[in-house]
Design a binder for this molecule. Structure first.
Ligand code: HMG
Ligand code: MG
Length: 299
């Protein structure tokens, strides 16, 4: 049976903008977050407190957090790779933090410059500080199907890192198909392995759409009982350390799918499209959302 409602976590202002050839200004990023917060989205990833040498596009995340018009019913999240990131997130007033690990060693090294084991160790003081301040922490596991450096990942590898993040206190672990190579059967196998240690209500789907499989993979995940989906407005995005990987599944496309399945999200399509139109015109790009393009052309 499919879930009655799904929580969508909007990652466009972070995952969507972290790979741009010319970084978006913090003013544009803040405006995007504000537009998204008027669409009914309740969970918005707003920035990253990572090294600007690694990801210059996310510099100024403190200014983004400080200049948004906060809605009381929206959770504004920040990516925090280490203690320094968590301290900066707290100073900026983030409501929630996210730590990110990889199921594959190659990506872990390239993305956060350390092994999987060392990254998990590094998250311990991050979790401790978050606890002291009552800040919930989300976890990410990247490369759940395949790694751009190491090739295919096994479901067991994913399940191990997912369990570690859950056991250290992440209230939810988001499973990242970073390079978008997954297909429904592979995704189901990953979920089946993870759910042995982590209840399904604590898992989320974070699928990039490189091979156009993200919606099929989301549907397969819903069939398994998953009810939290990450997506990016206009299908923006990609990871600087995952060459060739395209954007996240578009929020508009996920919303269209949910509406068709009578699954509640609380999101208004017209408001979402305003945010998409804004960011695409600011960046001088076309939307990667099929739904967005169809609605814009009056189809
Ligand atoms: P490192 O080089 O091992 O760290 O990087 P370090 O501690 O040796 O510090 C190096 C320099 O960075 C120092 O500066 C530090 O001060 C500075 P220097 O002395 O050279 O001038 N530094 C920082 N600056 C700002 N904020 C910080 C911070 N920490 C250190 N928090 C580190 C390790 C983790 C910092 C680095 O590798 C990093 O920032 N990586 C982030 C990579 C990233 O953001 N990737 C994209 C997000 S993950 C993703 O997209 C996947 C996801 O979407 C899920 C999916 O799709 O799979 C989540
Ligand atoms: Mg991602």
């Amino acid at each position: 049976m499919l879930p009655e409602s799904v929580r969508i976590v909007e990652v466009g202002a972070r995952d969507g903008l972290q790979n741009l050839p010319t970084p978006a200004s913090w003013e544009v990023r803040a405006q995007l977050v504000d537009l998204l917060s008027h669409s009914g989205l309740r969970h918005i990833e707003t920035g990253s407190f990572v090294s600007p040498k690694y990801v210059p596009q996310m510099a100024g995340s403190d200014q983004v957090f400080q200049s948004i018009n906060r809605q009381s019913n929206v959770v504004y999240t920040a990516l925090t790779p280490n203690l320094r990131g968590m301290e900066d997130a707290l100073k900026s007033g983030a409501d929630e933090a996210a730590v990110f690990a990889s199921a594959s060693e190659g990506f872990s090294q390239k993305n956060i410059n350390c092994s999987i084991a060392k990254s998990l160790k590094r998250f311990e003081p991050v979790m401790e500080l978050a606890n002291q301040h009552d800040i919930p922490v989300r976890g990410y596991v990247s490369c759940i199907v395949s790694c751009p450096y190491d090739g295919p990942t096994t479901p067991q590898q994913v399940a191990e890192v997912t369990r570690e993040l859950y056991q250290m206190g992440c209230y939810e672990v988001s499973l990242g198909d970073t390079i978008g190579t997954g297909t429904p059967l592979l995704i189901k196998k990953v979920l089946e392995a993870c759910v042995r240690d982590v209840p399904m209500e604590h898992l989320a789907a974070h699928f990039h759409n490189t091979y156009g499989q993200a919606l099929a993979n989301i549907y397969a995940s819903l069939e398994e009982g998953l009810a939290v989906v990450d997506s990016a407005v206009a299908g923006l995005g990609g990871c600087p350390y995952a060459p060739g990987a395209s954007g996240n599944v578009a929020t508009e496309d996920v919303l269209y799918l949910m509406e068709g399945l009578n699954i509640k999200t609380g999101i208004q399509m017209d408001k979402l499209l305003e945010a998409a139109t804004f960011i695409c015109s600011q960046l001088g790009i076309s939307s990667r959302s099929n739904t967005g393009l169809a609605l814009a052309s009056g189809s």
